[in-house]
Ligand binder design. Structure first.
Ligand code: PHE
Length: 458
């Protein structure tokens, strides 16, 4: 069966960057940076990307491109059918699983883009934003309708195929995302008092950087680069043999970090402009859907056309970021089903879409009608989120680094990295060292930290 590749290097990089740039860049990174030492945190974060993130990303690229097949198949081929093949299957499962709750938030961004564009935040006072959000997520119908729209969109892109679906959409959406980010940054940093926000974000404070902060930076680097969920491995299986793997990985990491830092330039100048402090605004969903709509209204003029534009652009940015990430997750599962079970792409995509639609709706309803369905004190959405983030991702990441460092054939590794001798490989030893020793230990520590083991010991 002939298999499609990405048509261009830039298309390949933009698609992979689309996977990496997601909600995490906007709703976690800026706050983590501001609160954990500003530029000092950024330096630690970049170090984590270099030492931990890039070696694993390069390994995923290399395994995918070598095998030219879906993640489960790629690990089976790269491991010669040994039990290490389960690492690939775990990646597929993780990606599929994450997608079920990721689409719920993707759907929320659509609703908020719609509310912004229709000026629904005019004259809303700070407390009402909480009610608006709660009323929305608890409603059994509205989030579900947006969820269906979001999923149909993904399905449409996926069924168009690798080049005319994924690559083409990345080539349109990623530049759009970049332009929106830039425009919002300009708007926000030109507000009066913006410099205090910039100072909060960037002023280095090494005294805040302790072992906890380093673990946090590692966890964020890992999630932000979309590692261990099969996305990068699957996309790399569509790279052609001339694509320089290490260079592409560096490009993706730079785009991802650049957008994350710019998101900080969007958020903090506005927050400081209206006299709020970073402690008031929260993180994650409460930051994004409760604090920020209020911040934008107040900073850019309640109900003014500028506030409407800024707010709409911001949620469109989140929508595009979430969409390109969700597409990459869907492709992991679609490629798996279609190649491992010899189904047509359309049929495979339909199966994946149906499963995520059902599980996604359950996750979505867990804020409303299904809120009493809980396990370990978590609702369905939180179970999906925590189980994947705290268990599946770290275990997958650790296994990938051990596999790539200790098990994978060294000649194969070197050949792929050098594009079979046509590129000079400079950091081979460092890469291997990181994969063998640094990454497994570091990820193991993040894992234990997230499970609360260190708190317990203290
Ligand atoms: N890297 C994405 C982000 O920063 C997260 C993600 C992408 C999660 C793809 C799953 C799949 O938000």
């Amino acid at each position: 069966m002939s298999r499609e590749n990405f048509g261009s290097k830039i298309g390949a990089i933009l698609a992979a960057a689309g996977s990496a740039v997601g909600l995490g860049n906007v709703w976690r990174f800026p706050i983590e940076t501001g609160e954990n030492g500003g530029a000092a945190f950024i330096i630690v974060y970049v170090a984590c990307i270099i030492v931990l993130g890039l070696p694993i990303m390069i390994s995923e690229f290399l395994i995918g491109r070598y095998a030219h097949t879906n993640t489960a198949g790629a690990f089976r081929i790269a491991s010669n059918g040994s039990p290490w093949k389960w690492v690939g299957r775990l990646g597929v499962f993780t990606g599929w699983f994450i997608l079920c709750y990721y689409i719920v938030v993707g759907a929320w961004t659509l609703h908020y883009a719609f509310l912004s564009a229709t000026n629904a935040f005019y004259d809303v006072d700070a407390k009402q934003y909480v009610d608006i959000f709660n009323g929305f997520v608890q409603n059994p119908w509205i989030p579900t309708v947006w969820l269906v729209c979001f999923v149909v969109f993904i399905h449409f892109v996926i069924t168009r195929g690798v080049q005319s679906g994924i690559e083409r959409s990345a080539k349109v959406m990623m530049p759009a995302l970049f332009v929106i980010t830039l425009a919002l940054t300009v708007c926000s940093v030109s507000l009066p008092g913006a410099s205090r926000g910039i100072e909060f974000l960037l002023k280095p404070d090494w005294s805040k950087v302790d072992s906890n902060v380093v673990l946090q930076a590692m966890g964020q680097a890992f999630y932000s680069l979309s590692l261990a969920m099969g996305c990068l491995c699957t996309y790399a299986s569509y790279f052609d043999h001339r694509t320089p793997l290490a260079k592409s990985a560096v490009n993706v990491a730079m785009i991802d970090t650049g957008i994350a830092i710019m998101a900080g330039f969007i958020i903090f100048p506005s927050v400081f402009n209206i006299g709020m402090t970073p402690d008031d605004i929260g993180i994650g969903a409460s930051l994004t859907f409760i604090s920020l709509p209020n911040v934008f209204q107040q900073a850019f003029g309640n109900g003014s056309i500028l506030a409407v534009i800024v707010s709409t652009m911001f949620y469109s940015l989140l929508f595009v970021a979430a969409l390109t990430s969700a597409i990459s997750l869907h492709e992991v599962a679609t490629a798996y089903v279609s190649e491992e079970f010899a189904w047509s792409r359309k049929k495979a995509a339909t199966l994946v879409t149906s499963t995520i639609m059902v599980l996604g709706i359950l996750c979505s309803l867990s804020f409303g009608p299904l809120c009493s369905v809980t396990l370990f004190g978590r609702n369905i959405f939180e179970l999906f989120d925590d189980f994947s983030g705290m268990v599946l991702l770290p275990i997958g990441g650790m296994l990938i680094s051990i596999f790539a460092g200790w098990v994978l054939n060294r000649k194969l590794y070197h050949d792929e990295l050098s594009n079979y001798g046509t590129l000079r490989v400079r950091y081979y030893r460092l890469l291997t060292f990181s994969l063998r020793y640094v990454a497994p230990v570091a990820i193991g520590m993040v894992f234990l930290d997230q499970l609360g083991v260190f708190d317990f010991l203290k």
